[in-house]
Ligand binder design. Structure first.
Ligand code: F6R
Length: 620
């Protein structure tokens, strides 16, 4: 996810901005840039790739400008500037598309996070005023608009521009005519102000400036903030000035990077509502009606068969995706672990649509499976969380999950993002093929949109009880996970999480298969975790649980709110909101992630990888 930093103060601006971007690096990005005032002029340096590339570009510019690489003191009494790490959404990864963006005259510059949904419409309106955009981005449109409205007051121009924008975004703008002023806007994307001693910061995360100040002013949605050397003014949604709401953050830098959570994994579990919402927004753009879109409705209508490949958690997401595509769009779908698929001489035909699911975009088996399918003439779509990854280069089209960088070793937010993305695709397939009545489509779409709220509710209600349960069961030597239909991928995923981070042996089975072997493992010591959300097989599942209880094993269940029968069969039940059972996959996995997390913590295990290491699995 993109990162924003802005600064007004007495230090050498580009150093503060660059260091701020370094602190935001963990969020992931594919290009970066800075704009600042120096010697009475705007300077702007952008580059694709990592911050090292930006650092070299800055050093080259300094050397060309004054023969020195850098000097630690500011060249002006007050300097102001903005910086950005970009993760491409609109337009490719190019220097021209990197932020900061400016208007045609170079007077206004902005850095923007989020998505401007009506940017194409606005670009046409600007074109009618003879204002042409030079990049493919939505951010440039905003810079052009601010400049268009500018008549001597940047905050006023920003307010007028915001009034015509739709989408979710946060941005910071600066203007040549008001060199010591930054104006920031928060609209459903994070933006926070840092108040130092004669200096001010503004960023998408406190971690960008925590080294300099712990005094922060949190902005509310819809607010506009003006930073000047004289201080900070916040304008509420109605445009009335407010005193900034100041508070003090007592986290250390490390904790700050984790947004106050004790581990990245816990932070990422809590980020799931945002990951889902962002992914759905992005999917609306990708699956939208654009011409020549290989994922547009025209193309989806002709799909006859699908194959989904992935490894580990991505494979589990594929299992849930298959159910949605088959149930809703009536297309036959095969799901395979990528390492098997590539060696089994699979049958792939030109009208087969192949999805390669890989959060990192770099898993060798998945890449090889995608290449094999492509060589056999199939259309291959990468489902990935990593812009610029190999999977994006190897595929005919890309569907991005927008979970942000996942640092914890266990995939959590990327899993739910993959599942909702596959559901959104399934609904589009159903729409294109007219396999669902319109009201059912609308109901499922609405259910999908409500998932962020549902996940938030589940986290809030189950975290405490799950923690106690995990602490009680901390030394159980073995856990069996059971599920049926859409409960099965959840059970598989829950079992994988637990073994992966707490090193406890687990197994996961379709509940009906239990009596064909795994039942032999059950004893009084065995906790059996059962995902009981599919109403259509509930009686069958309950009878499977009777077999479990006959062996004296203890049942822990995840069930739908209002389900009465389950309580008679389980020692401990966690309830998730009622909705379509496929949508419940996203809700039901959350208690299992938390269970794995708390059990590992109760065993005093480190659930995170070393900090800032993105997960890349390249095992063949
Ligand atoms: C489990 C986990 C792994 C990955 C698998 C595939 O928590 O993280 O099972 O899901 O290694 O990785 P990607 O999705 O990057 O291809």
């Amino acid at each position: 996810m993109c990162g924003i930093i802005g600064y007004v103060g007495y230090r050498r601006c580009q150093d503060v901005l660059f260091e701020g971007l370094k602190r935001l690096e963990y969020r992931g990005y594919d290009s970066a840039g800075l704009a600042w005032r120096e010697n009475g002029r705007f300077e702007c340096v952008r580059s694709i790739g990592n911050l090292e590339s930006l650092g070299s570009a800055l050093a080259a510019r300094s050397a060309a400008a004054d023969g020195s690489e850098s000097s630690p003191v500011a060249t002006a009494i007050v300097s102001a500037g903005i910086g950005h790490t970009r993760w491409a959404t609109h337009g490719g990864v190019t220097e021209r598309n990197a932020h900061p963006h400016s208007d045609w005259s170079g007077r206004v510059r902005i850095v923007l996070n989020g998505i401007i949904e009506n940017y194409l419409e606005l670009r046409d309106l600007l074109a009618a005023e003879m204002i042409q955009c030079s990049s493919e981005t939505d951010a440039e449109v905003v810079a052009q608009l601010i400049s268009f409205y500018y008549v001597g007051d940047l905050s006023d121009a920003v307010r007028r521009a915001v009034a015509v924008l739709s989408g979710h975004f946060a941005f910071v703008a600066m203007c040549d005519d008001e060199p010591e002023t930054l104006v920031g806007v928060r609209h459903e994307c994070p933006l926070v102000v840092g108040i130092g001693d004669r200096e001010l910061f503004i960023a998408s995360s406190i971690s960008a400036f925590i080294r300099h100040t712990r005094r922060v002013a949190v902005l509310h949605d819809g607010e506009i903030v003006v930073l000047r050397p004289a201080g900070v003014t916040v304008f509420d949604v109605d445009g009335f000035p407010q005193a900034p709401r100041e508070s003090k953050v007592d986290w250390d830098e490390d904790r700050c990077e984790k947004d106050g959570f004790e581990t990245f994994m816990l932070k990422e579990i809590h980020e799931q509502p945002t990951a889902i919402a962002e992914t759905l927004r992005q999917t609306r753009v990708t699956l939208g009606p654009a011409e020549n879109n290989p994922l547009g409705l025209d193309h989806l209508r002709d799909v006859r068969r699908m194959i989904i490949v992935g490894c580990g958690t991505s494979y589990h997401a594929g299992l849930a995706g298959r159910m949605a595509i088959e149930r809703w769009a009536r297309i036959p779908v095969e799901v395979d672990v990528a390492s098997e698929f590539r060696y089994r001489e699979p049958i792939v035909e030109p009208d087969t649509l192949v999805l390669g699911i890989t959060q990192s975009g770099e898993t060798a088996d998945t890449l090889a499976a995608m290449r094999l399918a492509r060589a056999q003439g199939a259309t291959v779509v990468a489902v990935t969380n990593a812009a610029g990854s190999q999977a994006t280069r190897d595929a005919d089209a890309v569907l991005f999950t927008r979970a942000g960088l996942e640092v914890g070793v266990a995939a959590t937010k990327t899993f739910v993002a993959q599942v909702v993305l596959l559901y959104a695709l399934a609904l589009n397939l159903a729409r294109a093929r007219e396999t669902l009545p319109t009201d059912r489509l609308a109901e499922l779409q609405r259910g999908l949109e409500l998932l962020p709220e549902g996940v938030e509710q589940v986290i809030e209600s189950v975290d405490g009880p799950i923690r106690e349960l995990a602490e009680r069961l901390v030394w159980s030597p073995f856990f069996l996970y059971l599920g049926r239909l859409s409960g099965l991928p959840v059970a598989l995923e829950g079992a994988l999480k637990l073994k992966e981070i707490s090193y406890v042996p687990t197994d996961a089975y379709a509940a009906g298969e239990m009596k064909h072997g795994p039942i032999a493992l059950l004893s009084r010591d065995t906790p059996v975790v059962c995902v009981a959300t599919e109403q259509r097989v509930l009686p069958k599942l309950l009878s499977n649980l009777s077999e479990v209880r006959a062996r004296g094993a203890r049942v822990l269940a995840v069930a739908t709110e209002g389900c009465k029968q389950i309580a008679e069969h389980a020692e401990h039940v966690v309830y998730v909101p009622a909705t379509d059972p496929l949508l419940q996959v996203v809700l039901a996995v959350v208690p299992l992630q938390l269970f794995a997390y708390h059990l590992a913590r109760a065993r005093a295990l480190n659930v995170d990888q070393p900090r800032n290491l993105a997960k890349t699995v390249t095992v063949e």
